[in-house]
Design a protein around this ligand. Structure first.
Ligand code: GLU
Length: 507
């Protein structure tokens, strides 16, 4: 069997969209599952759309996710260089080979000429295509005399090289997800393969590199399906059919309402990030949020992405990266678009984050404490993390859910106070302080026992004690169980908060 070699081939035209991360992930899973190789190739032949910093962003994003490569622009390998701009000199010979074999031709039409043709067609409500029906009336090596073509090229006139799409032919792409996809060649146009700036276009460079890098499977987004027939033709025209990779076009990621593709331009507009890491546009300085900076952890992010377009028959949802490698197969990828569900992303994050050992959670919280000028002992922070873990969805929730373990409340929720703070409450809490003072050791169990006895002796319900108690300790009626919380915060602080709460709420 052919060695499995797959590649992720992004163009550095901006930050990597989460759909791109999913494409990289599926390629990675497939390579690992099959014991093959995974390549990172940077397709930067479009100099106009090149964005400074995008390549590094792509590398950093995938490395944050834990997606690793065997060969690529950042790790090298037997087929280096892996950046197309550095392979520039290699493509021309293939374009020339296509011209010599009559599968491509030189075209001299200027952008202005083509533009005015397009406009003319538009006026007639038609679409201009450079192709079988128009090429013979345009300015190219099929219509001009050989000498003139030579003279034009010799004098440095700008030209492009276009593929010559065959007339009336059915071109078939065998897709591992979609089955057989057939296209009538008249629907294709004579795409430019080689540009006047001396660079190949995506189509030529992509096919040449997949061939030279011995890529066995092309796994990419559905938006590339319309290009696949041209790629199949190029393999044939270059006599590489035997080495043609298998194709798999992944379903689109859709907006949460299913209305259209989730695009880069959606940015933060829909209320959730569409990029793995925060991105600052180098030109406009506009900042787009990222999953990492929003407090997601990589295992949750990857698990969520893995299920957008692939699932097991059992509908199992929770997978570690190793389990994904084990379970993944292309034939369980779906054809139809996958709706992105931001709530599900939060659900996964809660699942993985709340299961982290206290030491890891403390590692997330300590820098925030430092920023707030708090220097708490590690043991204490870990105990706090254990107590609030069930309440956290994103990393910043750790602080939101625990600040009152480190600071006294500075305000008291007026609505809660209006509802539960009665004239007899201060005395009740004073009596409770006397009980707490005598509670030794100050453990959760002991506090619970004395509190139960206390309300019983007073002839009141537990809530009548607990809500005002909580209000003085936290400032609201939120937070984890009072007995656990009180035992961790400690007797002295608890008593002083009750006292200060009584004074402040009374006034
Ligand atoms: N450079 C293309 C992109 O930016 C690669 C498409 C492919 O995988 O063939 O997505």
């Amino acid at each position: 069997m052919r060695e499995v070699r797959v590649r992720f081939a992004p163009s550095p035209t901006g930050p990597l969209h989460i759909g791109g991360v999913r494409t990289a992930l599926y390629n990675y899973l497939f390579a690992r599952k099959m014991g093959g190789k995974f390549i990172l190739r940077i397709e930067d032949t479009d100099q106009v759309r090149f964005v400074q910093g995008a390549e590094q962003y792509i590398i950093d994003s995938l490395s944050w996710c834990g997606i690793s490569f065997d060969e690529g622009v950042h790790v090298g390998g037997p087929h280096a260089p892996y950046r197309q701009s550095e392979r520039k000199d290699l493509y021309r010979q293939y374009a020339d080979q296509l011209v010599e074999s009559g599968k491509a031709y030189y075209a001299f039409d200027t952008p202005e000429q083509l533009d005015s043709l397009r406009k003319e067609y538009e006026l007639r409500k038609e679409t201009f295509q450079y192709g079988p029906s128009t090429r013979m009336v345009l300015s190219n090596s099929l219509t001009l005399p050989v000498d003139q073509v030579k003279a034009l090229i010799g004098s440095g006139t700008h030209f492009v090289i276009r593929v010559k799409i065959p007339d009336n032919e059915i071109i078939t792409v065998n897709d591992l997800i979609r089955g057989t996809v057939s296209v009538e060649s008249s629907l294709l146009d004579d795409k430019v393969l080689f540009k006047s700036d001396g660079m190949p276009t995506y189509h030529l460079a992509n096919v040449v590199d997949d061939y030279l890098m011995k890529v066995s499977h092309v796994i990419r987004g559905e938006e590339w399906l319309p290009s696949a027939p041209l790629h199949v033709l190029l393999y044939r025209f270059l006599d590489w059919e035997d080495a043609m990779p298998a194709f798999a076009h992944l379903p689109l990621l859709l907006k949460p309402d299913g209305n259209g593709k989730l695009s880069k331009r959606d940015g933060d507009r829909l209320g959730f990030p569409v990029f793995p890491l925060q991105w600052t546009d180098p030109k406009t300085k506009e900042v787009s949020s990222g999953y990492r900076e929003s407090g997601y952890i990589p295992e949750a992010f990857l698990n969520m992405l893995a299920l957008l377009g692939w699932h097991l028959e059992s509908d199992q949802e929770l997978f570690s990266l190793d389990e994904l490698v084990e379970a993944f197969s292309i034939d369980r990828c779906s054809k139809s678009g996958a709706k992105f569900d931001p709530e599900k992303a939060r659900w996964f994050n809660h699942h993985y984050l709340s299961a982290k050992p206290a030491a890891i959670l403390a590692g997330y919280l300590i820098p925030v404490l430092k920023e707030n000028g708090i220097d708490a002992g590690r043991d204490y922070v870990e105990k706090v993390c254990d107590l609030v873990r069930e309440r956290i969805v994103l990393i910043p929730d750790l602080w939101e859910q625990s600040w009152f373990f480190f600071n006294d409340p500075i305000s008291f929720d007026e609505k809660v106070a209006a509802k539960i703070w009665k004239k007899e409450t201060p005395q009740l809490l004073e009596d409770y302080i006397d009980i707490l003072k005598r509670t030794e050791p100050f453990t959760s169990v002991n506090i619970e026992t004395v509190s139960k006895q206390f309300v019983k002796d007073k002839g009141i319900g537990m809530g009548q004690l607990m809500t005002p108690f909580r209000l003085t300790v936290v400032g609201t009626n939120a937070g984890p169980g009072m007995f656990d919380m009180a035992s961790i915060i400690g007797k002295d602080t608890i008593i002083s908060r009750i006292k200060s709460g009584i004074t402040k709420i009374n006034t």
